[in-house]
Design a binder for this molecule. Structure first.
Ligand code: SF4
Ligand code: SF4
Length: 355
């Protein structure tokens, strides 16, 4: 284990040096909420935040992204020919990403980087990004990361994990990419490994003890998919949903997109835009038939995908890191923790609806 001690007085100078080699992103307070933004030269990330309203997923996987350009000018020799667009994959670093949001990128990676399909935009963006995580010492009351395969000091997906010890930061080096970033920032004072290990372990235990929300997922894999699909509770679970899509847009593990051509005059762009399984048009066929034509179908799809199909397909747990964003942002208080418990206990006793 390698841990670097960063004197807080050297934090700003280090980031200034790192900015010579990396585009820096970090949490910034905008009106009432924190969001991840590209930091202006000399601007510091606000590490005193709880969690951002939206995850930093969009830095790797933009909400709207141009894939190709083309001309509609029939007098041009190359009209209607799709052309790659130049993209900026210069090194960048996300400072202060929470462990849950880094783990979420690992879950999304199962969709975009597979033996059968390799998404070039996702892969290049992820490869060019160094994730400098900030351990979470003040989890929100709606966080349930410790039972969602994650935790406030979880390291999966991160290149560096930083822990605030009041006087200093301890930076645990997790990958070569992370080490390179710390060197570039000029932070290279090795901490006493035994002392640092104890501080990290104590911090982890104290942070985990503050998590008060949990989910049960132990039976999801063994429950029959068709039985779960036909469970009587979906009617009640979906009753109040207004299909606004907020839960999917706020979620760091959702990946659905749509591809559309946008034309302006004789110039055209092929775009990839985030989409949501909660929208009625998401699955509508060219014939007009919609296999998920009711909100019951759509709400069931969201939870079945995250808590059953994903679990069965990838065998890496649920497609959720327990960040609690969908709970905090749903206008009608639909709560994935309760739905997960209903699904996990389906068949144990007569289904009751508590959602
Ligand atoms: S945020 Fe709530 S109301 Fe909106 S689509 Fe999601 S579950 Fe439905
Ligand atoms: S499903 Fe909800 S709690 Fe889970 S990762 Fe997505 S937004 Fe967070």
């Amino acid at each position: 284990m390698k841990v670097i001690q960063i004197d807080k007085k050297k934090w700003a100078d280090g980031l200034k040096k790192a900015a010579d080699a990396y585009r820096l992103f970090g949490p910034v307070k905008e009106e009432k909420f924190h969001n991840f933004k590209e930091l202006a030269r000399g601007e510091l990330p606000d590490l005193g935040y709880l969690n951002s309203r939206l995850s930093p997923k969009s830095i790797i996987y933009p909400q709207s992204e141009v894939m190709f350009e083309y001309s509609l000018d029939v007098t041009a020799a190359d009209h209607h020919i799709m052309k790659e667009v130049d993209k900026d994959y210069a090194p960048r670093a996300i400072i202060g990403i929470r462990p849950c949001d880094a783990k979420a990128l690992v879950l999304v990676n199962h969709n975009f980087d597979t033996p059968e399909y390799k998404d070039p935009y996702w892969i290049r963006a992820l490869e060019s990004t160094t994730l400098v995580g900030m351990a979470c010492d003040a989890p929100c009351s709606s966080c349930f990361c410790t039972t969602a395969g994650c935790g406030p000091y979880h390291e999966e997906g991160l290149d560096v994990l930083i822990v605030d010890t009041a006087d200093d930061y301890l930076a645990k080096v997790l990958t070569e990419k992370g080490e390179k970033f710390l060197n570039t920032a000029g932070w290279n004072t090795a901490a006493d490994t035994d002392v640092a290990a104890l501080q990290l372990e104590t911090g982890r235990q104290e942070a985990e003890a503050k998590i008060t929300a949990f989910v049960n997922t132990d039976k999801l894999r063994q429950i029959d998919t068709n039985e779960l699909y036909k469970a009587p509770f979906w009617e009640d679970v979906s009753f109040s949903c207004i299909n606004c899509g907020t839960c999917t847009f706020a979620c760091p593990t959702c990946w659905c997109f749509d591809i559309q051509d946008e034309n302006r005059g004789k110039a055209g762009m092929r775009m990839r835009n985030w989409d949501s399984c909660m929208y009625p048009l998401f699955t509508v066929h060219g014939t007009g038939h919609n296999p998920r034509g009711t909100k019951l179908h759509r709400v069931r799809q969201r939870f079945m995908h995250k808590l059953k199909y994903y679990v069965d397909k990838y065998d890496v747990g649920i497609q959720c890191v327990g960040c609690g964003r969908c709970i905090r942002s749903c206008p009608v208080n639909i709560d994935i923790r309760r739905v997960c418990d209903l699904m996990n206990s389906h068949g144990d006793a007569k289904d009751s609806c508590a959602v």
